[in-house]
Ligand binder design. Structure first.
Ligand code: ATP
Ligand code: MG
Length: 398
């Protein structure tokens, strides 16, 4: 009698397994579907997957699933760990019968461990457990090995996807760094250009300058040197904030008192500045007072620069577990089209030439407020003025 080379039922079953492993884009769903399909022909109660940790070279549990008896064993998959380590050391399939002193059925664990390969390199181990048997027959071990290679392919896909994601994040960071360096060099060159130009002029041997001109040139040099120093401080600050290497020193702070102190300080330099404060009784908040002071310094500096002569109104009130600060000026406002960008690093509204700045102030404000798990946003109307809103959680979420 003619005997078929491959049994159609087995082939159909293999197809089911392969489909289960490959038809789902989410690896966990695919793995679950694969294990469910496997159960039709292969008895097991629990399955666990261990992966070799890159840093320590030890096996770490990556996934555990209980489908039958002994569901409690799912949470900690310690039952398979010792066999998994043996599989890793010997690099072969190992079956382990229950230990002799196990008397109740549920603790009679029949284990099967399979190495998971990436090419010739073992990168993980899969362990099946049958509580109370039966022992693993040869055909079943072969089937488990086939499933093991499907699982390995699934996990590798997940690893590649993760690596790919990490690479794109890295790529973006490199791009940001490149842009950052380009912008910084440009920004630093401007004041440096002034300093160099005016000092070279003053030093020219063929010309003598009257006192007044000398004074004027030296004043420019002095101002530009200050600007350079401020710029370097801001750049360092923004780089630190971006890399999240800034540690917030969080403590209970009275925000109303903090704002009053800022106003007093700002008024010593800008005597005619008109500031209206509306401070409702508010609870203490958990924040870093130095950093939050920096935020208000920046907002005042902007209002003074861009809304010169306008009255500034600051209101603070409590609102659903947060404090809401509104900071308004009655200056020229910011065109709508530019509003989404003003918190970006180095962004200045185009045409902003009359006042000096590097577009770091609001970026720094945003980073500080975000580090406090708060929010800052802006509304502005041309010829009416600009309002910044700051929402800060009262209880520290840091
Ligand atoms: P820096 O603060 O680094 O010295 P800057 O003031 O230009 O420089 P930001 O504080 O980040 O930078 O402000 C970004 C831009 O937003 C400014 O260039 C300005 O055009 C606009 N802007 C900020 N505050 C106001 C305001 N109160 N009224 C009108 N425009 C403003
Ligand atoms: Mg500014």
């Amino acid at each position: 009698m003619h005997k078929e080379a491959l049994d159609p039922r087995t082939l159909a079953y293999l197809q089911t397994l392969v489909q289960a492993a490959s038809m789902n884009s989410d690896w966990k769903v695919a793995l679950d579907k694969l294990l469910v399909a496997l159960r039709a022909e292969f008895v097991f109660d629990n399955a666990a997957i261990y992966m070799v940790d890159q840093a320590s070279s030890n096996l770490e549990i990556a996934h555990a699933r209980a489908v039958g008896r002994g569901k409690a064993a799912e949470a900690d998959a310690a039952w398979g760990e010792s066999l998994a380590n043996q599989v890793l050391a010997k690099e072969c399939v190992l079956a382990q019968d229950p230990l002799e002193d196990a008397n109740d059925r549920i603790s009679q664990a029949y284990l099967l461990g399979l190495p998971l390969y990436n090419g010739a390199k073992i990168f993980g181990v899969m362990v099946f457990v049958r509580f109370g048997g039966p022992v693993y027959e040869e055909a079943h071990i072969t089937l488990a090995v086939v499933v093991g290679s499907l699982v390995a392919a699934l996990l590798l896909r997940k690893l590649y996807e993760k690596t790919h994601e990490q690479l794109s994040v890295l790529q973006q960071k490199v791009q940001l760094q490149d842009d950052f360096v380009a912008t910084i060099s440009h920004e630093l060159r401007t004041p440096l250009g002034f300093i160099k130009g005016y000092s070279t002029t003053l030093l020219r041997a063929d010309t003598t300058w009257d006192e007044e001109t000398k004074q004027e040139f030296l004043t420019i040099i002095d101002e530009e040197a200050d600007r350079l120093a401020e710029l370097i401080d801001n750049i360092l600050e923004s780089a630190k904030l971006q890399s999240r290497s800034v540690q917030l020193n969080v403590q209970p702070v009275r925000l109303d008192a903090l704002i009053r102190d800022v106003v007093v300080r700002v008024r010593t330099r800008h005597k005619s500045l008109e500031v209206e404060l509306y401070l409702e009784p508010i609870p203490l908040i958990q924040c870093d007072n130095v950093r939050i002071t920096q935020v208000f310094d920046n907002l005042f500096s902007n209002a003074i620069k861009y809304a010169s002569g306008s009255k500034i109104t600051v209101k603070v009130k409590e609102n659903k577990g947060s404090l809401l600060v509104t900071f308004s000026d009655r200056g020229p406002g910011i065109p709508k089209a530019y509003l989404p960008y003003i918190f970006e690093r180095f962004y200045r509204v185009p045409g902003e030439r009359t006042s000096k700045g590097s577009g770091l102030g609001l970026y720094i404000c945003n980073q500080i407020i975000m580090a406090h798990h708060g929010k800052i946003w802006v509304e502005s109307e041309l010829k009416k003025g600009t309002t910044f809103y700051i929402q800060l959680p009262i209880k520290s979420a840091i």
